[in-house]
Structure formats: structure tokens, C-alpha cells
Design a protein around this ligand. Structure first.
Ligand code: PLP
Length: 371
């Protein structure tokens, strides 16, 4: 079967097989990873290798800390303002879909929050109209306040299927004191990213990086140590960084599996190679969508996600039959998010091109028999 879940999502089969083989006895230690002290030398090795591999994959500069935390990306929506709004309490948000809207709403509890730009309106471009949340506001139009501590964006809107191809240089926008904060939950590790463009990058692991339970946080070290007084000590990035992600008990098993995923990514040739595959996979699906009137993707071509491809059938009355036929063929979890309806194919790193081809073949056949 091919699993198109938006998250938690498919993981590389070899990773799961290795985890199964090591389940009862990790490397002759006589212990499952689940049974190890987070302060012992065995878990210490697992955690430090995971950090080193993640640093290598994303080319993380030395002046950034890499943290393995709990709470997921929704908790990080609160932790970012709590950690960064200790000095200035102003932050600006770029809205491009459901997840960035959620981030902005959560942040309002912790500071003076404004919207720097939003794609929540109709865009007229090249004689065509693009509906709200199907495009990304151009950085030149962002209204960033001079005293903003940070500007937030979501690099890939998992529900809308809208992706930033690049992150702007804030200094070039005249906001040299602000840092960029990025929710990269659904496209981290899918392509090379310029970490030095951001002050904080966070991601729930359960799409491209591992199982649910661990949140990756990459934070520039000079931003540590200014958390708001109310920030819980276990969520103060400075404490977590100082203790090598072991200020409290970290999600040890999830970190272990994420570490295996990082090693798998290195074996595949790293992020440059993974990006090539993700370009080829998403092009296969988008090229087919472009030449049929039976299905439709609503997103502006410049901002189509390589990870999450939403599409609708020309007749929504066929949705249920499309989905049950897909499941019968082993094409799993294609139902779109309830807020947008239709279908969504999430094609993260662990989905090979053969899975995307199987989906396109099914879509063509369904079109032939129902068109
Ligand atoms: N941000 C993005 C872009 C997501 O896709 C998701 C989950 O799907 C979240 C945040 C929420 O993550 P979590 O459920 O780990 O809190």
C-alpha cells in the first residue's frame, strides 16, 4: 500500500525494520531504547548522533542550538513568543493559510501581535483570480514594524498546499533587528534550507522527520535567555539548550526513530538529492492535474507545495467513490482536510515516485470510467 497521510505519515520502511530488529535489545545493551535512562551513555550516544546528523543535513551553523522538545508545533506557537518577546513585545505575522493563522492567534496571548501580510483575499494575477490562501504574499509588501522582535511565517501550509520557495532576508526589508521564525513542520528536510535566514525554525517531527512526540527547534544562540517570566522552565529554550535537550525527560523513543530517519536521509544523498526526488514526484502529479479538467488544484503555480497536493474532483458527488476505490487499491488516507474538502496527497520524503505514479494511474483510470 501507498500511504498519503498528511501526518503522522509514512516513514522509510528500512527505518521501521531496523527499529523492529532493535526493539528488545539496542546494540547489545540488553535494553530497548524505551527502557533506557535519558542520562545514560547509550541514550546520550543516540541523542548526540541525531543532533549531529540533523546539523549536517541542514547545514546548521555553530551559533544555532538544536533542541529536541515536546508539545508539537501547536505548543511551539506559544513557546516562540514566550521565548522571544522578553525584550520587545512586538511581533509581526505573515498569514498564508490555516497554520499561520493559528500561530498568529495563539501568539496574541503573549504580546503585541500584528499581521505583516496576508493572502486571505482574492489575488488578481495575469488576468486570473486566485482565491484566499492559495498564494503567498510577496515579501516586498510585508509591513514589518521597526520594533518587531520577530516576523513569523509557515514555510509550508499543510492543509492548503501552499509553500514558500524561499525565505526573505529581513534586513533587505528594513527590519534588521527582527528575526524570522518559521513553522517548517511539513517541509523540513524536504529540500535544503538556509537556516541562517531564520532566528527560530520549529517542526513537529511527524511528517518528514520521524514519529509524533518530538518537536525539532533550531534557535540562534543569541536569542536564548530572554524568555518571558511566565514561560515554564521546561519550555525555556535556554534551559533546554544548556542541558542538551535533557532539562527534563525528552521523548526518547521518538528521538531515536528521528535519528534513524536522519541516517536514512544521509544514505539517500542528503537534502540536495531528496529535493530532486521531491521535485520529480510533485511534477508528476501537478503535470497530470494541469492537463485534465476532471481534477483541479486551486493553488497559484508559483506556490504549489511539493509536499501536500490538494485536489478536487469536478463533481464532489464522486468523492466517496473515488476514495473507496483508492483504498481498495492500497492508496491510503487521501481524504482532504475537513476545512477544504476534496482530496490531499501528501508525498513526503518517504513516499517513492512509484507511489505517486500509482496514484496518477488510478486517477487516470477513474477519470476514464467516470468522465
Ligand atoms: N504546523 C503545521 C504546518 C502543521 O502541518 C501541523 C500539523 O499538522 C502543525 C503545525 C501542528 O502540529 P502538532 O500537531 O505537532 O502540534
Amino acid at each position: 500500500p501507498w500511504n498519503f497521510s498528511a501526518g503522522p505519515s509514512v516513514l522509510p520502511e528500512s527505518v521501521l525494520r531496523q527499529a523492529a530488529a532493535e526493539m528488545l535489545d539496542w546494540h547489545g545493551s540488553g535494553m530497548s531504547v524505551m527502557e533506557m535512562s535519558h542520562r545514560g551513555k547509550e541514550f546520550g550516544q543516540i541523542c548526540s548522533e541525531a543532533e549531529a546528523d540533523l546539523r549536517q543535513l541542514l547545514n546548521v551553523p555553530d551559533d544555532y542550538a538544536v533542541l529536541f522538545m515536546q508539545g508539537g508545533a501547536i505548543a511551539a506557537n506559544a513557546l516562540v513568543p514566550m521565548n522571544l518577546l522578553g525584550r520587545s513585545d512586538a511581533a509581526d505575522y505573515v498569514l498564508s493559510g490555516s497554520w499561520s493563522v493559528k500561530s498568529e492567534k495563539e501568539a496574541r496571548r503573549y504580546g503585541d501581535i500584528r499581521v505583516a501580510a496576508s493572502s486571505g483575499t482574492v489575488l488578481e494575477s495575469d488576468g486570473q483570480q486566485w482565491q484566499p490562501w492559495t498564494w503567498v504574499p510577496d515579501a516586498a509588501s510585508w509591513q514589518v514594524r521597526p520594533d518587531a522582535a520577530y516576523v513569523h511565517l509557515c514555510s509550508n501550509e499543510t492543509i492548503g498546499g501552499v509553500e514558500f520557495s524561499d525565505w526573505p532576508d529581513l534586513a533587505a526589508l528594513g527590519a534588521s533587528d527582527a528575526v524570522l521564525t518559521v513553522d517548517a513542520s511539513s517541509n523540513i528536510l524536504s529540500r535544503p534550507m538556509d537556516v541562517s535566514r531564520a532566528g527560530v525554525i520549529f517542526a513537529g517531527a511527524q511528517k518528514n522527520a520521524g514519529p509524533a512526540g518530538v518537536t525539532l527547534v533550531i534557535v540562534r544562540r543569541d536569542l536564548l535567555g530572554h524568555a518571558q517570566a511566565a514561560c515554564p522552565s521546561a519550555f525555556d529554550f535556554a534551559n533546554v539548550a544548556k542541558e542538551g535537550s535533557c532539562f527534563n525527560t525528552p521523548p526518547t523513543y521518538s528521538i531515536y526513530i528521528a535519528g534513524l530517519v536522519f541516517k536514512w536521509l544521509k544514505e539517500q544523498g542528503g537534502l540536495a538529492e531528496i529535493e530532486k526526488r521531491n521535485i520529480a514526484k510533485s511534477a508528476l502529479l501537478y503535470d497530470y492535474l494541469a492537463q485534465t479538467g476532471f481534477y483541479r488544484n486551486p493553488v497559484h503555480p508559483n506556490f504549489r507545495s511539493r509536499m501536500n497536493v490538494p485536489f478536487t474532483l469536478h463533481d464532489a458527488a464522486l468523492d466517496a467513490e473515488f476514495l473507496s476505490g483508492a483504498t481498495a487499491r492500497g492508496l491510503l488516507q487521501l481524504k482532504g482536510h475537513k476545512s477544504v474538502g476534496g482530496m490531499r496527497a501528501s508525498i513526503y520524503n518517504a513516499m517513492p515516485i512509484e507511489g505517486v505514479q500509482a496514484l496518477v494511474d488510478y486517477m487516470k483510470e477513474f477519470e476514464r470510467t467516470h468522465g
